[in-house]
Design a protein around this ligand. Structure first.
Ligand code: SF4
Length: 351
């Protein structure tokens, strides 16, 4: 134990020394789901939307992104000419993003177009740049968990039906909030089979069969019931990547930014003795510690994201030591830039 502490201290000191050495030429961004070991070195912390919004204002030559691959790709898309984006571990992918491969999305959209209906794709930001480019080419847009509702409303007006991807849960939760009947929604196969069925032809909302394993599998309806039974009158709030069965039992659902704001508001008001939060554990644990003197924050589940955990203080240090050699650099394929940007611009223009 003593040995690990000494080693970690060495890593921390070397990271801080390199940050000092690079000065204004380096900015480290970190997603809320990163571990404390990483977050302590981060200059800007946020959810994926907040971090993407900060990119255009960053002047540093080197942007190190502590998060998962699709976030670093989006940062690369939004970066200025001459800026470089780095991800400390390229294996830090997102399990949900992996569930929608660009070639499958393209195949499904081509088959749907051939059937004669105008299907507008709407991609949750948790998807690869290649998928965002396909969506852009088919006239669709990107959305986040904060703006999924207005973006789904927008998409519904652009054609005969919407293909929402990759997260079936966010799609179903948003559809419910908009009053789209369950019988007008259908989960399709990623292999493009069965798209000529009566169900698909009659649906207003086609849902890709993807999900976030952290929010989908580890947060269960009976956990919400157990909290309500133990803490009568206290609220459970969750991320809308949880299943509709969980969301419907809760007292609120929204983006990471919403969950943080609700916790801080409840702590400031001092009316609730406990608040249960259903999202990734590192974030909930930091809120627990930060607000401990004012409210009892309780995690719905001890659910951490294995992909986010691949970024560590050690590989952050290795990235900083290899910046000049391009170690960990994320390259955005030139042919994807324009169509992926189209899908992002349509989001920015319509919500
Ligand atoms: S928590 Fe889920 S959606 Fe977020 S990065 Fe991990 S796998 Fe992807």
């Amino acid at each position: 134990m003593e040995h690990r502490q000494v080693a970690a201290g060495g890593v921390d000191a070397r990271i801080e020394a390199l940050k000092k050495q690079y000065g204004k030429d380096l900015v480290i961004l970190g997603h809320h789901y990163q571990s404390d070991d990483v977050i302590r070195h981060v200059d800007i912390v946020g959810d994926s939307l907040e971090l993407a919004r900060r990119i255009p204002d960053i002047e540093a030559r080197n942007i190190v992104f502590c998060g998962v691959y699709f976030m670093a790709e989006s940062a690369g898309l939004l970066a200025r000419p001459g800026q470089k984006v780095f991800l400390p571990d390229h294996g830090a992918d997102c399990a949900m993003a992996r569930m929608a491969r660009a070639e499958d999305v393209q195949n499904v959209l081509e088959k749907l177009a051939a059937a004669g209906r105008k299907i507008v794709p709407l991609a949750y930001v948790n998807s690869s740049l290649a998928v965002k480019a396909v969506v852009g080419r088919f006239g669709g847009a990107v959305c986040t968990s904060s703006n999924a509702r207005p973006m789904l409303e927008w998409a519904m007006k652009q054609g005969d039906a919407v293909l929402f991807l990759p997260d079936r849960n966010l799609g179903r939760n948003t559809a419910r909030a908009l009053g789209i009947p369950a019988e007008k929604q259908v989960i399709i196969g990623a292999d493009g089979k069965g798209l000529d069925s009566e169900d698909v032809r009659g649906a207003d909302l086609l849902l890709w069969p993807g999900c976030c394993p952290v929010h989908d599998s580890l947060m269960k309806p009976d956990m919400v019931d157990a909290f309500h039974a133990h803490f009568p009158g206290c609220r459970v709030i969750v991320h809308p990547e949880c299943t509709p069965e969980v969301v419907q039992r809760c007292d609120g659902a929204g983006s990471t930014a919403y969950l943080i704001k609700e916790a801080e508001r409840a702590a400031a008001e001092g009316k609730e003795k406990a608040l249960c939060i259903g999202t990734e554990f590192h974030l909930v644990h930091r809120l627990m510690e930060k607000l401990a003197d004012r409210i009892n924050i309780i995690p719905l589940a001890h659910a951490s994201c294995p992909d986010m955990e691949k970024v560590t203080a050690e590989n952050l240090l290795a990235t900083l030591e290899g910046l000049e050699q391009g170690r960990g650099a994320v390259d955005v394929e030139e042919s994807l830039k324009a169509p992926a940007r189209d899908s992002l611009v349509r989001m920015l223009e319509n919500c």
